[in-house]
Design a binder for this molecule. Sequence first.
Ligand SMILES: N[C@@H](CCC(=O)N[C@@H](CS)C(=O)NCC(=O)O)C(=O)O
Length: 320
Amino acid sequence: MLVNGIWQSKWDPVQKKDAEGRFVRQSSAFRDSVSAERVNAVVSQQKQALGVKLYVAYICPWATRTLIARSLLGLEEYIPISVVEPVLSDYGWKFGDFPGSTATDHESFEYMHQLYTRSDAEYTGRATVPVLWDVEQELILNNESEDIVRLFNRDLRPLHRSEVDLLPVTLEQQIISFNERIYESLNNGVYKAGFASSQGAYEEAYAEVFRTLDWLEAHFAEQRFAVGEQLTESDIRLFVTLVRFDPAYFSLFKTNRQRISDYSNISAYLERLLQISAFAKNTRVDHIKAGYYSIQALNPNGIVPAGPELDWYSYLEELS
Ligand SMILES: N[C@@H](CCC(=O)N[C@@H](CS)C(=O)NCC(=O)O)C(=O)O
């Protein structure tokens, strides 16, 4: 991480913990949007490019939220991406040759932390992905996936090539409560189980994860989508955790009461989403497995499991 703009060689890849050994995620520092003037300049063809770029990691569920939103809304041509390698280096996320990542000769930075110090020479905090980067001003506009998905959906609406509305006003309250229901217990819950540093903190997180999955299994007996009768941001948020569960969390994070493939309704939901190209093409199981299993604190020898064989891998192969 960075302290007053200086990269620290001794840093803990496991973020923070509280006194009881519970995992605590850092809050995001940059919270701006793309200006309406810039969007209008592109709509009126005064300008060709929006002048922003999205920095992501395919391993990262939060970054993948933004990739799926970008694809679903038809914003790919306006928002180029740069992809870091799945394995965190001693200097944090870096660009390089891992298949599907952006090579260093296509990128003006070598490490993600350089974007943070370019934006704020005194930055203190972790150099996380995703980042929405202002190419013109060379600074970070936003590094919070929740904001990025919403600003893509709302502020970039004039550029959408799709009718999808990820946060329709009529469903907003339901979406927010669904998101809250799954965030601490599942999206972040799997991390709380995986990075717990006490048996009690692990068991507490494990119980919450499976309480939520049991609830979702019942939910998808009746519902096709997370909320209402259409795709929303809640589906994106749920998907990014479900799709990582069997290949990574089940064994690495010890959330091993059941796999997603043992839940028939949740599996059917996951497969429905994987038939939509925005979900399938932004799911890179090679990055997910290489990245999670490289976390030394949890897997000191770095051995990447060969399995599992999952039925839904065929949807990804069709696209590759
Ligand atoms: N609040 C952020 C969280 C992003 C986040 O935690 N990203 C992780 C990867 S999944 C990261 O970049 N970690 C690097 C680090 O902690 O140093 C968001 O949702 O955008």
